[in-house]
Design a protein around this ligand. Structure first.
Ligand SMILES: Cc1cc2nc3c(=O)[nH]c(=O)nc-3n(C[C@H](O)[C@H](O)[C@H](O)COP(=O)(O)O)c2cc1C
Ligand code: SF4
Ligand code: SF4
Length: 262
């Protein structure tokens, strides 16, 4: 079958998911369109056609897709559009996230024909999976794109595409139910440049005073504000985050490799 456009649909606060998806798309020579829903989940998304490919990507949060974008991915619309689902995780595990994304896209009318669990530096700092995806990860992501392109070329139509075996469990891993109390703090180094304000996925950083979080309960602990601040003025000192980081350092330091399901 012929693919006329590749669509990347993603949520990516610290942009490793975006980087991974772009490497996959680089294996195709057709137009690549991006739907980035990191800060705006209300953008107009077309009903995807049977001659398009969608590569959908999310960071793994607690072994699941981020709760914030669950309704968005459940609400996409497709007409037998081939799709690849990608979970990007910070060297602990992806648990049920890739399977969950595949399930939602199938319910939306996509033909899920590929999946991937890829590696990225953990959002919580620079110590776990530092600098990933690295050149090796991106080369493997492009190879996956090439294998996906060949799989699509070899199929007569989307109905002939085989479904990948994606690891994971149903019911999916339970999400934490406690209300969020952790939010970033800000040092005097802040120059009020507004970068964190513009990039916060839930718009809770006060433009008039970026050290003020308008609604702590909405914070995703995505670390976009921490990693994008040019003055390193944002930080978390909440016990849960510090404990999480210590657990990662103790148990998740060994390099994991991306997995591809075709
Ligand atoms: C709230 C939160 C929960 C996370 N949970 C996991 C997890 O369960 N397993 C894991 O390996 N990484 C986990 N991570 C790390 C992210 O999956 C990883 O850093 C991801 O690549 C970030 O994607 P982005 O750069 O597109 O924002 C978590 C990160 C955050 C912010
Ligand atoms: S990105 Fe950093 S310096 Fe800029 S407003 Fe936010 S906290 Fe201040
Ligand atoms: S305030 Fe919370 S949700 Fe907003 S960018 Fe920072 S960590 Fe992410």
């Amino acid at each position: 079958m012929e693919i006329t456009r590749v669509n990347l649909v993603y949520f990516s606060p610290t942009q490793t998911t975006r980087k991974t998806l772009r490497a996959m798309a680089s294996a195709f020579s057709v137009e690549v369109k991006e739907y980035d829903v990191t800060t705006n989940r209300e953008i107009e998304i077309p009903v995807f056609g049977a001659d398009e490919l969608v590569i959908a990507g999310v960071p793994v949060y607690g072994g699941r897709i981020p709760l914030l974008v669950e309704p968005f991915f459940q609400g996409l619309k497709a007409n037998g559009t081939p799709a690849a689902v990608v979970g990007v995780y910070g060297n602990r595990h992806y648990d049920d996230a890739v399977l969950e994304l595949a399930d939602y896209l199938r319910e939306d009318g996509f033909v899920v024909c590929a999946g991937a669990a890829c590696l990225a530096e953990h959002s919580f700092g620079h110590e776990i999976a530092t600098g990933r995806p690295d050149a090796e990860d991106l080369a493997k992501a492009k190879e996956f794109g090439e294998a996906l392109r060949k799989k699509l070329e070899a199929a007569e139509d989307a109905g002939k595409l085989t479904a990948p075996e994606i690891p994971g469990n149903r019911p999916y891993k339970a999400r934490g139910t406690a209300p969020n109390t952790a939010a970033p703090k800000t040092t005097d180094a802040c120059i009020k440049c507004g970068i964190c304000v513009k990039n916060c996925p839930v718009g809770i950083i006060d433009p008039a005073d970026p050290s003020h979080i308008t609604d702590v309960s909405k914070c995703q602990r995505c670390f976009s504000c921490v990693k994008k601040c040019p003055k390193q003025a944002k930080y978390f000192d909440a016990e849960g985050i510090l404990k999480g980081m210590a657990m990662l350092k103790a148990n998740c330091a060994a390099r994991r490799e991306p997995e591809f399901f075709l």
